[in-house]
Write a protein that binds this ligand. Structure first.
Ligand code: AMP
Length: 216
């Protein structure tokens, strides 16, 4: 089974993908995570993507399509995957359809996390991650039990994404509405688009997603 979670930055695609991985035995494919790893490693792709990501613009389609088409050929994708952050443009969606058709696969569910833009700025600018284990926190909504200490691994170092600043978030939201939202119509026409209320609390969103996916 292959899933695609759609929604603007901050909608909860990453959080929910991680939860669904375990439930359905799928692998999360986050193009944002892959690009951040490329930037960190200093690869050719990383050098090309870094400044674009810091501005909150979209990395060119050809680079993204090459990156994801290589990734879905890896053995851990054989049981299916959850796409998080890809496709983000109509040409990417079309390229994905070709890739899946070549493998004899398809997208079983495209699910939009419906959210309120204004709330996204607050969600994103407050989020941070444990540098040791990757556990996510938020300045207001999800603090660790002891301030400065990770609940999960006891680590005391935390990181914030370079593009989680207010100006960049607004640019990322614009990019979503201008370049990514048109994909929703593309999937609606194909009859595979469903939506869930992404403003509900994290567990309730997971339950809604399980209902949509499990009920297919
Ligand atoms: P994300 O972690 O999904 O919020 O992505 C972070 C940044 O990586 C985005 O703001 C873009 O600059 C870049 N990016 C991630 N996925 C894509 C994609 N599918 N197409 C173009 N740029 C992307």
């Amino acid at each position: 089974m292959n899933l695609l979670l759609m929604g603007p930055p901050g909608a909860g695609k990453g959080t929910q993908s991680k939860r669904l991985e375990g439930v359905f035995g799928l692998v999360q494919l986050s193009t944002g995570d892959m690009l951040r790893a490329a930037v960190k490693s200093g690869s050719d792709l990383g050098r090309k993507a870094q400044a674009i990501m810091e501005r909150g613009d979209l990395v060119p389609d050809d680079l993204i399509i090459d990156m994801i088409s290589a990734r879905i050929e890896e053995p851990d994708c054989a049981n299916g995957f959850i796409l998080d952050g890809f496709p983000r443009t109509v040409p990417q969606a079309e390229a994905l359809a070709v890739m899946l058709a070549e493998k004899g696969g398809k997208l079983d569910h495209v699910i939009e996390l419906a959210v309120d833009d204004d709330a996204m700025v607050q969600r994103i600018t407050g989020r941070y991650t444990c540098a040791g284990c990757g556990q996510g926190y938020h300045d207001e909504f999800e603090k660790p039990a002891t301030e400065g200490v990770c609940d999960k691994c006891g680590g005391t170092e935390f990181t914030r994404r370079a593009d989680d600043t207010e100006d960049t978030v607004r640019n990322r939201l614009n990019a979503y509405h201008e370049q990514t939202a048109p994909i929703l119509a593309y999937y609606k026409e194909q009859g595979v688009l469903k939506d869930v209320d992404g403003m509900a609390d994290i567990d309730a969103v997971t339950d809604q997603l399980k209902g949509v996916i499990g009920g297919a």
